[in-house]
Design a protein around this ligand. Structure first.
Ligand SMILES: [Zn+2]
Length: 233
């Protein structure tokens, strides 16, 4: 699946197989990267822990996949960044002027990692949020993300009422997209593209909830700072 807009990025589908773990080697993942024009040796992955930790990746540190982080930023167009996802949302950031780019892994616990990334892009390269193109990739939708009341209330307290929906029988559903759109817009991001596929509903996509903990498929989201062509999903 290609990512829309000026961002040069792709997401592997479930049929391509399990692309994890992010913190260790995977020959299948290397083959998929090569097939799609990304060099495995210059594609950075990090050990993902559902944190809000964001790091800047440079050529020397590209291969350090033991480092814990759920967000990566770079301004080196010869590098690619990659995260694995299965219900969590991949978030792509791109600054057309400098070519700086970022890729984040954001589930419910890591919501807010996008705010950290914006702050770091401003501090590191002087990039304003208003200049960024941001794409929110496929994730578990509010249609399927039922949670208990305690988690729902905590999420709404931090990210606003729109981030939680209520269904029949007092069921609560998290809306990761609404939470991220609100926090990005509050910080000045104007160009946000949302890929609306739900990873649970769409069986072409990998999903922890639908496939189960024993056999879920981690998809690979990958991007570079090289400008991509306009591409259709
Ligand atoms: Zn759904």
């Amino acid at each position: 699946m290609s990512v829309p807009g000026p961002i040069n990025a792709r997401l592997s589908l479930r049929a391509a197989g399990d692309m994890g773990p992010s913190s260790g080697p995977n020959p299948l993942r290397d083959r998929w990267l090569l097939q799609h024009g990304y060099a495995p040796e210059s594609t950075a992955l990090r050990r993902q822990t559902h944190s809000r930790q964001v790091v800047v990746v440079e050529r020397e540190s590209a291969a350090a996949c033991h480092i814990e982080a759920d967000g990566m930023l770079s301004a080196d167009r010869d590098l690619s960044l990659a995260v694995t996802v299965a219900d969590c949302m991949p978030i792509f950031l791109f600054d057309r002027a400098t070519g700086a780019f970022g890729l984040l892994h954001s589930g419910w616990k890591g919501t807010g990692v996008a705010a950290i990334a914006l702050e770091l892009m401003r501090r590191h390269w002087g990039i304003e949020a208003a200049d960024l193109d941001v794409v929110l990739g496929p994730c578990i939708g509010a249609c399927c993300y039922r949670v208990d009341e305690t988690r729902a209330r905590a999420y709404a307290a931090e990210w606003g009422g729109a981030a939680v929906r209520t269904g029949p029988e007092a069921a609560y559903y998290l809306d990761l997209r609404a939470a991220n759109i609100a926090l990005l817009q509050e910080r000045g991001v104007a160009r946000i593209t949302v890929v609306s596929d739900c990873t649970v509903c769409n069986e072409r996509l990998g999903s922890f909830r639908r496939e189960g903990a024993e056999r879920f498929t981690r998809m690979l989201a990958v991007m570079t700072g090289a400008t991509g062509q306009e591409q259709e999903l």
